[in-house]
Design a protein around this ligand. Structure first.
Ligand code: NI
Length: 172
């Protein structure tokens, strides 16, 4: 693995890179594949189900996910676009960039996504429930949106101390 990839780490709230609108990927090369591979590794190490490129400081429209933990279920999406958002369902969400914080989020129950794979080939997939939730969460990351943006008063109170700790320990 290239040295710069092995040095990649998950960055935490309130790092301003998590607030950027990410740029579309234009070049589908080995470097991109290497990045996706490293992101899958970091996601697995942290026992997450999804990880978006800005969470490792790369401001491009790419995310990885795996909702089962089985290596065969690894998915990589480049330049994803969600459509056909249908229904709504409330559920608790965490984020690898905001450790120990959970927020009750309203999400569409099902959705469709068009994207590119690592070779630039168009792909189209549908998801529901957990996978649909994961896709919506990761696509939010690509637009600089985080779960802390939509906290209810209850969530705000429950998470206040942890968020302050993260803000204090952040070295910008
Ligand atoms: Ni997240």
């Amino acid at each position: 693995m290239r040295k710069d990839l092995s040095a990649l780490r998950i960055i935490n709230y309130p790092d301003p890179r998590l607030r950027k609108v990410c740029k579309p990927v234009e070049v589908f090369d080995e470097e991109l594949a290497g990045l996706a591979g490293r992101m899958l590794e970091l996601m697995r190490e942290s026992q997450g189900i999804g990880l978006a490129a800005p969470q490792v400081g790369k401001l491009i429209r790419l995310f990885v996910c795996n909702v089962t933990g089985e290596p065969k279920d690894d998915l990589v999406f480049v330049n994803p676009v969600l459509s056909d958002l249908a229904g709504h369902i409330e559920g608790e969400e965490g984020c690898l960039s905001i450790p120990d914080v959970t927020v009750t989020m309203q999400r569409a129950a099902s959705c469709r996504m068009t994207a590119r794979d690592l070779s630039g080939k168009p792909i189209e997939k549908k998801a529901e429930l957990l996978m649909a939730r994961c896709w919506q969460h990761e696509c939010d990351h690509l637009n600089g949106r985080l779960i802390v943006d939509q906290m209810s008063e209850t969530d705000r109170i429950a998470n206040r101390r942890k968020l302050r700790e993260l803000e204090r320990s952040f070295k910008g």
